[in-house]
Design a protein around this ligand. Structure first.
Ligand code: GLN
Length: 197
């Protein structure tokens, strides 16, 4: 267990396979999670990129919103990329009507902060906590963290200072997708938190 923790990827919509691949390559026992019983069987959860409003709706209709919120409240480590970051945010701007989040991260996140799909881009980021060399990051209809509460640590910024990666306790969020550029440092950090738990 210490070496190969069982972790889940919330598998309602989004780039689930890419996350399972990275987690498995790091030695985790990674499984898709769609139901409360499956969530109860893991000690950490990744919330993938995709479309946050769709994941939100499916989470509510699959009866997953309350169990995920309860797991966050109990301190289960979680890592959200892009739509996953949106779902972990306590506050949103530019949400669709009625959109809800799991919450947990004391941040305000702006959805689609860079515009449409056509405004997607890749960039190298300095993330000292994660890697001594630059992290190659893909931003796909990406959000931005526009406000952080006191307990929130900023892990990465764009060159202009805008916040794109945060940590609060055992919750991690990135506006970009390390899982699509072969970067495993954030997943490793998340797995460290799972192993420590
Ligand atoms: N724009 C999407 C949303 O609001 C997120 C995009 C992504 O996860 N790549 O959910």
């Amino acid at each position: 267990m210490a070496g190969s923790p069982r972790v889940g990827v919330l598998a309602l919509q989004g780039d689930v396979r890419e996350h399972l691949r990275v987690l498995t390559s790091l030695g985790a026992d990674a499984v898709p999670v769609r139901r409360p019983e499956e969530l109860a069987s893991v000690s950490g959860l990744v919330i993938p990129g995709g479309e946050s409003s769709v994941i939100d709706k499916l989470a509510r209709s699959f009866g997953m919103q309350a169990p995920v919120r309860a797991a966050i409240a109990e301190g289960m480590p979680m890592y959200g990329t892009c739509a996953g970051l949106i779902l972990l945010a306590d506050r949103l701007t530019d949400a669709i009507a009625g959109q809800e989040t799991f919450g947990g991260l004391d941040v305000t996140v702006q959805r689609n902060a860079f515009g449409t799909q056509a405004d997607s881009f890749e960039v190298d980021l300095d993330v000292p906590t994660v890697s001594p060399t630059p992290v190659h990051a893909a931003f796909i209809r990406a959000p931005l963290v526009i406000d952080t509460g006191e307990g929130v640590e900023v892990l990465a910024r764009l060159a202009d200072g805008r916040i794109v990666a945060v940590r609060q306790g055992t919750l991690f969020g990135t506006a970009f997708h390390p899982e699509v550029t072969g970067e495993s440092g954030f997943h490793a950090l998340f797995l460290d938190a799972v192993r420590a738990g």
